[in-house]
Every structure is written in C-alpha cells, then in structure tokens.
Design a protein around this ligand. Structure first.
Ligand SMILES: [Zn+2]
Length: 234
C-alpha cells in the first residue's frame, strides 16, 4: 500500500494546507480532532485507511456510529446533532481537499448530506410551578431566602446553572457573571478572528458555491453553521 495515501499522513497534509491558508488555529484544531476520530473508527473496524480504498459506505457507517454510539468524552452523553453536523462538515472539507490535491478521483462526500437537526423544545416551568417553588422557599426557615435568591437570579437572568456556580465574588465588592453569549455574538466574535478573503468567484469549501468573499475558506452561511456547531450547549 502506498503510505502517502494513508489517512494518517493525509490528515497531516491537510493540517499543513489549512495553516498556509491562515485558518484560525481553533478551526484547525477542530478539523484535526474530528478527522483523527474518523481515522480511529476506520482502524477499529478493520476498514481501509487508504484514501483510495475508503468508500461511501465506510463514511456512512461512521456517521451512523456518531449518531448512535459515540459519546462526548467527559459527560458520556450522546453527541449533539450539532456536533454530528460538525463532523460531517469537516469530512466534506477534507474530501474536497483530497480531490483538489488529486489524491482521489471522486469526492466521496458528494451526495452525502449533512444530517438535519431536529430542533429541541426545552420544557419550561409553568407559572403555577414557579409560584409553588417561590412559596416553598418563603415558608421554609433555614435556607429559604437563599434558595429564593438563587431561583430569582436564574429566572431573571436566564443564566445556566453551570454559570451560576461559576460566579465569583471579587474582594467582596461585586459579582462577576460570565453571561452566555448569544449565537449572534458568538459567531461575530469568531468571525472577527477569522481570515477574510475577497475576490471573484471564490469557492466555499463546504457548499462549493461561489462568493465574493470567504471567511476561513467558507461562505457566511456555512461559516455560521460551522461555528455554531462548535458552540458549547448544556
Ligand atoms: Zn458555503
């Protein structure tokens, strides 16, 4: 087997290529981490790891594995739909690079769609439930008012429990609250860190449409979706 076609080597080549395109270090880190997981999956299942011998079925098996079996490293929970989408976008970028560099003749990711995400509706407390929580705090003696303060802070600010726990009191003077970034703010921040390329007929490496400018190699729409797929949710 020609080892230059082995995925492990190609992933390194892809990394180098991303670096010369001035993609943000964070983006490159996600790409490489996701691709290494793909490589480990192929090896574990005794599937070929040579770019020329990988088939669409291997890729589909990997996507199914992500959707049904893979767990996030620390929480052991199934991967979120957004994370799975992130993996598939990474594979799309990688395989279009393999094709561009002429390691493969056909882009295997053509015709493999990004799995659609079903939007989740969060169950919220009813007014009656909130009223009984508040009443319970009022009537309990020990930590009643402390608990009431916690509940009201959560309800009024919309912060997550993990953020509430992370609040630090600095020198007994004021609270520092790490507020949750909205999706728009999150994308805007990462957009500010990414390389903007202007020109004519620039090809988005994810959707392959042509644009007059690209952000880290992707169009505005793909960039947004890609970045949101990396945003932490709880
Ligand atoms: Zn695009």
């Amino acid at each position: 087997m020609n080892s230059t076609l082995d995925l492990q080597n190609l992933i390194q080549g892809f990394k180098l290529s991303c670096q010369t395109e001035n993609k943000s270090p964070k983006t490159i880190e996600w790409y490489i981490c996701f691709l290494n997981r793909f490589y480990q999956f192929l090896k574990r299942n005794n599937y070929p790891t040579s770019a020329k011998r990988i088939s669409k079925d291997h890729i589909r098996a990997f996507i199914l594995f992500l959707q049904q079996e893979a767990k996030t490293p620390h929480t052991e929970r199934p991967l979120s739909q957004a994370t799975v989408q992130g993996y598939v976008r990474t594979l799309k970028s990688f395989f279009s690079w393999l094709k561009r560099e002429e390691y493969i003749e056909r882009n295997l990711m053509t015709g493999i769609p990004i799995p659609r995400a079903i939007s989740k509706i969060v169950n919220t407390f009813s007014h009656e439930q909130i009223a009984s929580l508040v009443n319970y705090c009022r009537t309990s003696n020990d930590s009643g008012y402390r608990n009431l303060a916690i509940i009201l802070l959560l309800l009024d600010s919309g912060i997550r429990v993990s953020e509430l726990v992370d609040i630090e009191v600095e020198q007994d003077k004021h609270f520092v609250i790490g507020l949750r970034l909205s999706d728009d703010d999150y994308v805007a921040e990462l957009r500010g860190q990414s390389q903007v390329e202007h020109g004519r007929d620039l090809e988005c490496m994810i959707c392959h449409d042509k644009f007059d400018h690209l952000l880290s190699g992707t169009c505005e729409v793909c960039f947004r979706e890609w970045m949101l797929s990396t945003k932490k949710r709880d």
